[in-house]
Design a protein around this ligand. Structure first.
Ligand code: BGC
Length: 725
């Protein structure tokens, strides 16, 4: 790789928080055939060639586990070159060395103080065949940029009077290990949508706010003409409090603040190395008249193609679905994060694991997850344990059940949705190491009954003041151990591996689970029953029926409400509808009193909340400490909308929708449902509507399908099919 010949450079001066710009002036002498610019940085960078931005990648080079991989971007700049050229590349702290990098971060071990370091190479090929290389080295120069400071959490301070400073300072070459350089594996992060404000608000406290009408991740672009030295200060928030005032308590220490100093000309600005999670923007300082035309929210996320859609006769469900899609946009900024606003924004595995199926139907995330899972594999601990978050910025810890299981569940789902076994080949050894690790934990190789776990995170049956629900942590852990082992076996079969050893292991885990938890009378919570049913850990149909009745009884006892948290909720409706209780599943979905999915919709949500009661009916907040209004985890219910309401399901024996299974389940409260997924084979769609006492089903099939309607089975070929029942 050409970059191996270039040198890592940093600025000679220490400008503290100010982001350095690195410059190189050069001439070309002849007609150019091609010019390719390769760049990466320890931090985040933006490049400009002859005054124009190079490429569209926001926050390049993206977020990977920098201990093991640092992506390099490649830009075709042939059309941008002139005779005399000026290349300027500004580097911010980004994920590498911003506040998101915890004190304990593992990669500190591999790096000293190489923050804001740049590595670049330009390769020009002339028409006559000559080659010309421009590589970062000590001949480059540097200057402080107009970005006085920038941080993913805190926002940016920008003094536009400092733009285009002369590069009158030197650079130094630093020795950073180039073995971490990697090709661009993920989707690039881009400005994906632009949203205009819906209103200008004046709050009871006297603040002036812009409401964009949608909670999102990205930044505000504004146009301003004011005197040189005039200041602008913007703050961002997701929600207003009960009195209609600007509320930032839930951001914890993340400032989400933009400071801008004007230069006297008409200017258009948006932050460079930071993004905010927001719906409302407070104009703390704004020079002159406010015109909404001058503001645009730019929605920033990974360049994923939208593939899935869902709608039905209940507008509240449609809004919930849209909120789920927005939750995915806001949290798929190179890494699947828990939330995009507070001082967290981390790649939590549990959240990604519960949402992966929904994510893979809504958008094409094959590349996105392949990159993230590659990182998961590389930062897996040497004993096989899996970090809580990827990229990992925490110290070593034992794996937490349902979080660590992302190592198996995510690749398996990506395989099912897209039908490409490469992801299984890439992750198989990582899965195996994880299963082997769990075997070592606990009182026997078949029970995962030791360690620290997040449990049924945020479940409502938790003790007062606890984040962990009432379901036994080790029951959850052993249930997931069984489930992950079963998926690992399937992956092994796809890859034609001999899985006998793990088939025996699986049977032993099931047996141990049944003895300890089923016979031990531990199935006392909704989540414990949901897991046992969904993972098929019961012994026989009798036990299964008993557990299904028990689950329904617990739901009735709770006033026909769910009490589940992160672990139980994603499977709750499936566990009901697969076991004779689809009406109860529909009932839970259609409720709009707390706690329910539609409660937040009724409260005006535009994304999915972290807590069932993030905001209480009287407008007060659950708490400041852990209260994101853009957390996609509970949005996993969309896979029930696609898979049960519309009934579109993958077939494990013909993944990637080479053969589709349709199993729609109707309900008296809903009169129409329609869903579609753009698959690798073409468009799959399923819809139904009621006509008198009949239901008319319509399916579009790209290859072949089997439809199960009531007790009838229909084999369908490629094309459109209408079945009236
Ligand atoms: C995150 C969650 C995450 C959890 C671990 C939280 O702070 O926001 O979504 O999974 O920690 O339990």
């Amino acid at each position: 790789m050409l970059l191996k010949q270039a040198n890592w450079i940093v600025s000679k001066e220490d400008w503290k928080d100010v982001c350095p710009t690195f410059c190189k002036q050069f001439q070309v002498d002849g007609a150019i055939k091609s010019a390719v610019l390769l760049i990466t940085a320890l931090g985040v960078y933006e490049a400009e060639l002859n005054g124009s931005r190079v490429g569209e990648f926001v926050l390049a080079p993206g977020w990977t586990d920098y201990n093991y991989s640092l992506q390099v971007q490649e830009y075709d700049v042939t059309a941008m070159l002139k005779e005399e050229n000026c290349l300027r590349i500004t580097v911010g702290r980004g994920w590498f060395n911003g506040r998101i990098r915890r004190e304990e971060v593992a990669y500190i071990q591999n790096f000293q103080n190489e923050s804001n370091a740049l590595l670049a190479a330009l390769k020009i090929i002339y028409q006559d065949g000559r080659e010309h290389f421009i590589l970062t080295d000590e001949d480059w120069s540097s200057c402080p940029s107009a970005i006085l400071c920038s941080d993913i959490y805190d926002g940016e301070t920008y003094d536009s009077r400092q733009e285009n400073a002369q590069p009158s300072h030197g650079v130094k070459v630093v020795g950073i290990n180039k073995s971490i350089l990697a090709p661009q594996r993920g989707e690039m992060i881009r400005e994906m949508e632009r949203i205009k404000p819906v209103s200008l608000l004046h709050t009871p406290q006297g603040d002036t706010l812009i409401d964009f009408g949608q909670n999102l991740a990205g930044y505000v672009e504004f146009k301003v003409k004011a005197n040189a030295g005039d200041q602008i200060l913007l703050q961002h928030a997701e929600i207003l409090d009960k009195d209609g005032n600007f509320y930032t308590g839930n951001l914890r220490t993340a400032k989400q603040e933009i400071n801008f100093i004007c230069n006297g000309e008409e200017q258009v600005y948006h932050p460079h190395f930071s993004f905010q999670g927001f719906r409302y923007v407070k104009l703390v300082q704004w020079p002159g008249e406010i015109s909404l035309d001058d503001f645009t929210a730019i929605v920033v996320y990974s360049n994923m193609k939208r593939t899935g859609d869902f709608s039905c006769s209940d507008e509240r469900i449609n809004k919930l679905f849209q909120n789920i899609v927005w939750g995915q946009k806001g949290n798929f900024v190179d890494v699947p994060t828990d939330c995009p606003q507070r001082d967290e924004r981390l790649g939590w595995l549990g959240d990604a694991q519960v949402f992966v199926r929904t994510a893979s139907y809504n958008f094409d995330v094959e590349k996105f997850f392949s990159k993230w899972l590659y990182d998961l594999k590389t930062c897996q601990y040497s004993n096989g344990s899996i970090p809580y978050i990827v990229p990992n910025v925490f110290y070593y810890h034992e794996a937490s059940a349902a979080w660590a299981d992302a190592a198996v569940i995510c690749p398996w789902q990506i395989y099912l949705t897209y039908g490409n076994k490469k992801i299984l080949e890439q992750q198989f050894e990582s899965m195996r190491r994880f299963i082997e690790y769990v075997k070592q934990i606990g009182s026997s190789p078949y029970l995962w009954d030791d360690g620290e776990h997040y449990g049924d995170w945020l479940a409502l049956d938790a003790e007062e003041g606890s984040y962990r629900g009432a379901t036994d942590d080790f029951l959850i852990a052993t249930a997931f151990f069984a489930y992950s082992t079963s998926l690992f076996i399937k992956a092994g079969h796809v890859l034609k591996q001999n899985m006998t050893e793990y088939e025996i292991l699986y049977e032993n885990i099931r047996k141990a689970y049944q003895e300890k938890y089923i016979d031990g009378g531990k199935l006392t919570t909704q989540t414990s029953l949901v897991l046992t049913l969904y993972f098929k850990l019961y012994r026989n149909e009798n036990e299964r029926a008993k557990m299904s009745d028990q689950l329904a009884a617990l739901i009735h006892e709770a006033g026909d409400h769910l009490t589940t948290g992160f672990v139980g909720t994603p499977y709750l409706l499936h566990a009901l509808s697969e076991n004779g209780y689809s009406d109860l599943a529909y009932k839970l979905l259609l409720r709009d009193e707390y706690p329910s999915w539609l409660y937040s919709v009724k409260m005006g949500a535009t994304t999915v909340w972290e807590h069932w009661d993030g905001m209480k009916p009287d407008g007060t907040m659950w708490s400041d400490r852990m209260n994101s209004f853009n957390h996609y985890a509970y949005g996993a219910v969309a896979d029930w909308m696609y898979g049960v309401m519309a009934g579109i399901q993958t077939d494990e024996t013909a993944p990637g929708f080479q053969h589709v299974i349709f199993r729609p389940v109707t309900n008296s409260e809903i009169s129409t449902v329609s869903a579609s997924i753009e698959t690798r084979q073409g468009r799959v769609s399923s819809s139904w509507h009621k006509e008198g006492n009949k239901t008319v089903y319509e399916f579009v099939v790209p290859c072949s399908a089997t439809a199960h309607i009531d007790d009838q089975t229909y084999e369908l070929g490629k094309g459109q099919h209408v079945i009236t029942v």
